[in-house]
Design a binder for this molecule. Structure first.
Ligand SMILES: Nc1ncnc2c1ncn2[C@@H]1O[C@H](COP(=O)(O)OP(=O)(O)OP(=O)(O)O)[C@@H](O)[C@H]1O
Ligand SMILES: [Mg+2]
Length: 327
């Protein structure tokens, strides 16, 4: 059984213009010990999915479908059970959360507090000891427990956030853009740390980013999202090296690797902006930006279908992609 399984997940937010469909029928699973990368541009619904896993969405959000955490539906769970599974079964490193550390409290105390909230039997001393151990686990010296957030660099603060996410021994960690705000060198160090922890602890990870190339470093599988739906899914290397969906191709080439001349010589890029949830194009939501769209793409919505071993994609032109006519 997967540690996380989303079944036909639909989430909409309230707005002055009516309901905003942010997630429009997503099926996704994360197996035990696996890193699933979830990629897509800003606003496609990534953080909305992340928040739904621990039922942390705002009250006005409407959610349909199932969010099965270790087989139990988070959406129908009672509050007591929900409190028990939050952070101990699955935890989240929130997007931008390192800026949310309490500025007037030592980081070790903040980690210890998280432990005490979730483990009523823990003593203050044991929580403080665990906090120091966690700080060492994220490769910082234990004495940094006494630091205040402003004394730490961005990368060190992000390590503290990772330590906090590990505090209750979760089986699944959701990392929402954990490296985006960091410079390239520090990004690489944080990715290394996450990779190390993942294999050391056998953690399953849902790794969220807009940068597909980051996922080739960490993910086993990649799911690509566009306008609230998954448009492509498959083994990480295959999806990155041989994308099937035109959107994945554009997303991949929008972030060329240094030294990759093929991308530099023929930049595909991605023109225009992704659609707002209150104005999703007919047919294939990507068709107005798609370099290979046909008239049919505006009328028919493609379904996510199998396009090879362990691979799926939703594109009406997929046969031509497979035959190489679109290459
Ligand atoms: N609390 C909210 N109320 C109303 N609309 C919201 C709310 N939170 C998110 N949205 C909208 O839902 C859509 C999906 O947002 P979400 O934050 O999940 O996207 P994202 O993929 O995480 O984007 P980013 O890469 O910028 O973090 C966006 O159009 C956003 O404006
Ligand atoms: Mg987000």
């Amino acid at each position: 059984m997967s540690i996380l399984e989303l079944k036909d997940l639909r989430i909409s937010y309230a707005s002055s213009e009516g309901r905003l469909p942010a997630v429009r029928g997503v099926d996704l699973h994360v197996d035990r010990g696996e890193v699933l990368g979830l990629a897509g541009e800003s606003g496609c619904g990534k953080s909305t999915i992340a928040a739904s896993v621990l039922r942390l969405l705002p009250k006005d959000a409407e959610i349909d479908g199932e969010v099965l955490l270790d087989g139990e539906d988070v959406l129908t769970m009672g509050w007591t059970r929900l409190r028990a599974v939050r952070w101990s079964k699955a935890s989240i490193i929130f997007q931008g959360a390192m800026h949310g550390l309490n500025p007037v409290k030592r980081v070790g105390d903040q980690i210890a507090q998280a432990i005490l909230i979730h483990d009523e039997s823990a003593s203050k001393e044991s929580a403080a000891r665990q906090a120091r151990e966690l700080i060492e686990q994220v490769k910082l010296p234990a004495r940094r427990a006494r630091a205040y957030p402003h004394e730490l660099s961005g990368g060190q603060k992000q390590r503290i956030m990772i330590a906090m996410a590990l505090a209750c021994g979760p089986e699944l960690v959701i990392a929402d853009e954990p490296t985006t705000a960091l410079d390239v060198m520090v990004q690489a160090q944080i990715l290394d740390l996450l990779k190390g922890l993942q294999s050391e602890l056998g953690l399953a990870t849902l790794f969220i980013t807009h940068d597909l190339s980051v996922l080739t470093e960490v993910a086993d599988r990649i799911a690509v999202m566009y306008a609230g739906k998954i448009v492509e899914e498959g083994p990480a290397k295959q999806v990155f090296d041989k994308p099937k969906h035109p959107y994945t191709r554009a997303l991949g080439s929008a972030f060329p690797e240094i030294g990759d001349w093929s991308y530099r010589m023929s930049p595909v890029g991605l023109a225009g902006d992704p659609p707002h949830p209150n104005d999703i194009p007919s047919g294939c939501a990507f068709h107005p930006r798609c370099p290979v769209a046909t008239a049919e793409c505006a009328d028919h919505e493609p379904r996510l279908e199998s396009v090879g071993p362990a691979r799926s994609a939703s594109c009406l032109l997929l046969e031509p992609v497979q035959n190489g006519q679109m290459a």
